[in-house]
Design a protein around this ligand. Sequence first.
Ligand SMILES: CC(C)(COP(=O)(O)OP(=O)(O)OC[C@H]1O[C@@H](n2cnc3c(N)ncnc32)[C@H](O)[C@@H]1OP(=O)(O)O)[C@@H](O)C(=O)NCCC(=O)NCCS
Length: 190
Amino acid sequence: MTRSEPPDVVDAGRLTLRRPRPDDGAALYEAVVASADHLRPWMPWAGGYTPEMAEAFVAGRLGDPEADANYLVWDGDAALVGGSGLHRRLGPAAIEVGYWVHVAHTRRGYASLAAAALTGVAFSLAGVDAVEIHHDEANTASRAVAQRLGFVHVATRPDEPLAPGEVGVEWQWRMARQAWPASAGARLLA
Ligand SMILES: CC(C)(COP(=O)(O)OP(=O)(O)OC[C@H]1O[C@@H](n2cnc3c(N)ncnc32)[C@H](O)[C@@H]1OP(=O)(O)O)[C@@H](O)C(=O)NCCC(=O)NCCS
């Protein structure tokens, strides 16, 4: 199925990805604050997080609505376990996927499953030939997600550090449209 827009809800089996709603602000704030020490090294927005920042995010006032399709990730108990998003900043034919997971819910495959689900969504969009994951060289957990899904390391380049854990070397990983159906990431969704 080819879509023109990412859907509002993505069913990923034991996880559900939903575009943020205005009443998600409190849950998002609690998740980020509980995870602050875990997120701060890698996510530039995680330091000094405020309820107002959470409200602005869920109201869609942060980022570029044309470029960013952000999702909150919920488990079967309706707990907010993280966030993931599709970002159009790589030209018309490629989309970047990003992710974070609540510190109390890491190492359960949630980032991998959410990123796999959004990679599938990206390839359902007309004209998208590749999905990429970018992370700082020091972020071994993020690298492990890209590897687990079968993305291919395509570039390493200097980059300005934006968060305190970053060393300023960006690793870029790519999934080509034709490689996706047989990939480890697609198998996670089967
Ligand atoms: C990176 C992050 C999203 C991973 O979330 P997660 O749900 O724990 O990841 P998964 O459970 O899907 O694990 C995927 C792989 O990463 C590995 N992994 C997860 N955390 C790891 C860690 N801290 N160190 C090393 N490997 C790690 C897992 O072992 C797994 O690999 P495997 O299947 O080969 O064993 C999470 O650690 C996080 O939120 N980090 C802070 C935010 C961030 O860095 N986001 C990415 C910015 S580019």
